[in-house]
Design a protein around this ligand. Structure first.
Ligand code: SIN
Length: 559
């Protein structure tokens, strides 16, 4: 490290992030009032709100419309609906889980606008599980002091939400859907405002290959980037295309060091790669508990909330226990829940276990932490606006500040719902100026997809649950030289690999700079939370040459 930039030491970084992915002239052009990129809960809900605001919408998604993280969500959507609960108590639980780094105003918006947003989702057609009186059934997950998780299909909440929203979007002729469209770069006008995106659409039709979708409002809803790691609960499409695009365009990116590792991901052996099966926290919410490899329960000694402590506490306790026992996993014991509970409440997980030869009614489930969620992303204000005019971000791609250092369980689908509505309100009130985009500045320097596996291994080994200066420096030593690798032929895998690499570099840099342990960021060499130095946000942007600049900012935004 050498000099200082905005209060934090700047790394002596020689590698650059490419500022464009594609140097090709777009072969086709299309226009809309709003472009929404991504088709999970955030993207679909934003598209619906943009239509309510009277806008035409082009909804682009990189695979089929229902692929993405939302459909995999098991637990549910957190909202203070119970008579004995309140948004204020939901706020307190969220702030505690976020370990001093939540933007309190953003959280207040989340918890107060959450219940009406959930009711709107139900009005759109989503069917949530109900009790005998017809009221929405609520369960509990880690860090919540009340039953406030609404769920659907037992443990298939995301699939039901996705089904209902896809159907609502399909009913609206004002939303044009383009599938198999990978977003490449943001197009900016001469004033630096967003004016659209370049896309690569699979196929050879009228809109095949690289084209330009022009609009004065671009909403990124591309989800997270679990594929930065080798083992994740995220699907293959989660390669951080939106965060990387925003970063290339010069937007502020915040909090990338806060990567949440879900405590109970089914352990399939040391060679398992890619998306791993989740075992929802709701299983512990209904009474299951953890045992170490020798069968001893250990969470009661770790936290007053025992097996339902906040997620980072449970993940860390499991890691410590695995280390102490020399084991590669612990056990989740849900045998006492009984067959009826497993069949009615957790049909998806039951099936997922049984196809792997584990019967949770009679067997312990082997589990270990794996990457699950990124709290950081494109820094936005309370209306989903990024630091680039006309560019919005919603859902996991965004850093609204609601999650702080550790997201509270089932607040993520809620965030997508609530902030999509707020972006819709902004869109309704703006007459955006349409200008021609200008040429980007620096050509592409793509990474060949062959380096992806090695990169993920680096991230798993050195930037995972446990981090230290030496592990993070090792990671940088392996990651940075990759950016000087020979240019690759442009294809989806190379573009995605280039995105993953850019995010891995920033994540590692943030993790190295943040010399403390807080929430999901665990430094072995700085084991304490340090409010004097680090009750602050790390924000990175790149300059016109692709050089990274990281600075600290107050939690509520620039002063
Ligand atoms: C889970 O079902 O355990 C995951 C819920 C979440 O990530 O919020």
């Amino acid at each position: 490290m050498n000099n200082h930039h905005g209060g934090v030491p700047e790394l002596n970084a020689s590698a650059l992030i490419p500022t464009r992915l594609s140097a090709d002239e777009p072969g086709w052009t299309t226009r809309a009032d709003v472009i929404v990129v991504g088709s999970g809960i955030a993207g679909l809900t934003t598209a619906i709100h943009a239509r309510q605001a009277g806008k035409t919408v082009l909804l682009v998604t990189k695979a089929r419309v229902s692929e993405g993280s939302t459909q995999w969500a098991q637990g549910g959507i957190a909202a203070a609906l119970a008579d004995d609960d309140s948004p204020e108590e939901h706020l307190v639980d969220t702030l505690v889980a976020g370990v001093g780094l939540c933007d309190e105003e953003a959280v207040r918006i989340l918890v107060t606008q959450g219940p009406p947003a959930l009711r709107q989702l139900i009005a759109l057609g989503a069917r949530f599980d109900t009790d005998a009186t017809g009221a929405i059934s609520l369960t509990r997950e880690g860090g919540h002091h009340h039953d406030r998780i609404a769920h659907a299909g037992g443990d298939a909440t995301g699939a039901e939400v996705s089904r209902a929203l896809v159907a609502a979007v399909a009913r609206d002729a004002g939303i044009e859907l383009v599938e198999n469209a990978l977003v490449l770069d943001l197009l900016l006008d001469s004033t630096g405002a967003a004016q659209g995106v370049t896309l690569h659409v699979m196929g050879t039709g009228q809109r095949g290959g690289v084209g330009a979708a022009l609009a004065p409002n671009v909403v990124l809803a591309t989800g997270g980037f679990g594929q930065v790691f080798g083992q994740t609960t995220n699907p293959y499409v989660s390669t951080g295309d939106g965060v990387a695009l925003a970063m290339r365009a010069g937007a502020d990116i915040a909090d990338l060091e806060f990567v949440q590792f879900h405590p109970t991901v089914m352990w399939l052996g040391p060679l398992a790669q890619g998306q791993q099966p989740l075992v929802s926290e709701a299983v512990r919410g209904e009474g299951a508990f953890l045992r170490d490899i020798d069968g001893t329960r250990f969470m009661e000694a770790e936290h007053p909330m025992a097996d339902l402590a906040p997620r980072d506490v449970v993940a860390k306790a499991i890691m410590r226990r695995m280390r102490a026992c020399g084991s590669s996993h612990v056990w989740l014991d849900g045998r006492h829940l009984g067959a009826d509970m497993w069949i009615s409440r957790f049909p998806t997980i039951l099936e997922s276990c049984r196809t792997r030869g584990i019967d949770p009614v009679t067997d312990l489930i082997p589990v270990a932490p794996a990457q699950h969620y990124v709290s950081g992303g494109v820094r936005t204000d309370h209306w989903g606006r990024s630091s680039i005019r006309g560019l919005f971000a919603c859902g996991e791609v965004a850093c609204t500040g609601v999650h702080g250092a550790n997201r509270l369980a089932s607040n993520s689908l809620l965030e997508g719902l609530v902030f999509a509505g707020r972006i819709g309100e902004v869109l309704a009130g703006t007459e955006a100026v349409v200008r021609d985009p200008v040429e980007g500045r620096v050509g592409p320097g793509l990474l060949p997809h062959g380096v992806r596996r090695a990169m993920q291994q680096t991230m798993d080994e050195h930037v995972g649950v446990l981090r230290s200066q030496s592990s993070l420096e090792l990671a940088e030593g392996e990651l940075w030289p990759l950016s000087t690798a020979a240019g690759a032929r442009p294809c989806t895998e190379d573009w995605e690999t280039t995105n993953i690499h850019a995010l891995a570099c920033v994540l590692t840099r943030h993790a190295l700079l943040r010399e403390e342990t807080r929430g999901s960021h665990w430094r072995e060499d700085f084991p304490e939370r340090d409010d004097t130095r680090w009750q602050t946000r790390l924000v990175t942007s790149i300059d016109e040459n692709g050089a990274l600049h990281t600075r600290t900012e107050p939690i509520g935004g620039p002063e």
